[in-house]
Design a protein. Structure first.
Length: 340
């Protein structure tokens, strides 16, 4: 290239911009080419023949296998072994005749496939919604579903996150795309604020009452919601990702106990009648919505990537954490009513 040094620098800048633009375009085209939406979608959510909610021994632990990204099952009589045969999910939960699978879609901006599966883990319904998969819950009957996605940010431990929590009633097909507009009573008064975020829904046995976290004005609260009355009221501050016990009397949750961004939370259990709480024996900072694997035991995912695992701990605060499945997340134990 000939010309003055300034002209050569200008041409170099223009070429650089074109190359960068071309690279960005290529990335976008590659991402679009791999977007689910065709026959590949079914393959991503197809379970192996015979791998259903009816398979496996009673009390089996179901979870996401980290290595494959697929749903797996571990029978209680064979700890450490697993059968991997379910759909590929980033978050998974199941109860009754229904399973819920959240898949992160490739591409920018981030979107999530919300996939409803039947007892045979066959796809019944699919929706594409904004955000990154975060929480998934199915009511005990399998008829009401909830999920949360991060629509900005990717962690509850930042000042810039925003969530979207949806509820779907399979009996009517009614979808609440965001529960942010539910009338909220906080400190005895109706609360209005533009910064309200909900996440971590857990349903009661009646498919109407639910518990969730609401964040507003720098504080988090446990709320009790009523779908029929379309109302919610705050019960206690500093409660995140609640999980209702099988008897409906207690909530397991993560409580912020430190401003250290590396270890802000500790798992607790709350008695709903007295609002008294106690910490669990797990002292590490767990960023998960725990599940009850029995009347007196909770399980949760801890760690990331190949270092992830599902751990279990007694709900009364005694004992010690126990690794029940390495390389795993999104645990759930199906209730006897789920199985025929």
């Amino acid at each position: 290239m000939t010309g003055s040094p300034s002209r050569r620098r200008l041409w170099a800048l223009v070429i650089g911009i074109l190359l960068l633009g071309g690279g960005a375009t290529a990335y976008t085209l590659r991402a679009a080419a791999h977007q689910p939406g065709g026959p590949g979608d079914t393959a991503r959510t197809a379970a192996d023949p015979g791998f259903t909610l009816d398979s496996g021994a009673p009390g089996a632990l179901w979870f996401r296998d980290t290595g494959s990204g697929r749903v797996a099952r571990q029978d209680p009589t064979a700890p450490g072994s697993r059968e991997v045969g379910g759909p590929r999910c980033d978050r998974f939960h199941a109860a009754g005749p229904t399973a819920l699978c959240l898949q992160l879609r490739p591409g920018i901006p981030a979107r999530t496939y919300v996939i409803v599966l039947d007892r045979a883990l066959r796809e019944r319904q699919r929706m594409s919604l904004p955000g990154i998969p975060n929480r998934a819950r199915v009511s005990a009957s399998g008829q009401v579903l909830a999920w949360t996605t991060f629509v900005t940010g990717d962690s509850y431990n930042t000042a810039t996150f925003a969530t979207r929590t949806s509820i779907l009633d399979l009996r009517t097909g009614y979808l609440i795309k965001s529960i942010e507009q539910i009338p909220l009573t906080l400190d005895g008064r109706r609360h209005h604020a533009p910064d309200v975020n909900y996440w971590g829904v857990s349903f009661a046995a009646d498919d109407n009452r639910f518990y969730a976290t609401v964040a507003t004005q720098g504080r988090t609260h446990l709320v009790e919601g009523d779908l029929r009355k379309w109302s919610a009221r705050a019960l206690k501050e500093n409660v995140e990702c609640p999980s209702l016990s099988p008897d409906g009397a207690r909530v397991a949750y993560k409580k912020k106990v430190s401003d250290d961004a590396r270890a802000p939370w500790r798992l607790h259990v709350l008695d709903l009648a007295t609002l008294r709480e106690h910490p669990l024996a797990e002292t590490r900072s767990v960023d998960d919505q725990a599940v009850w694997t029995g009347p007196d035991t909770v399980a949760y995912g801890y760690g990331a990537g190949t270092g992830s695992g599902v751990w279990s701990v007694p709900a009364d605060g005694t004992g010690a954490p126990r690794l029940v499945a390495a390389g795993a997340s999104s645990p759930v134990v199906l209730s006897p009513t789920t199985r025929r």
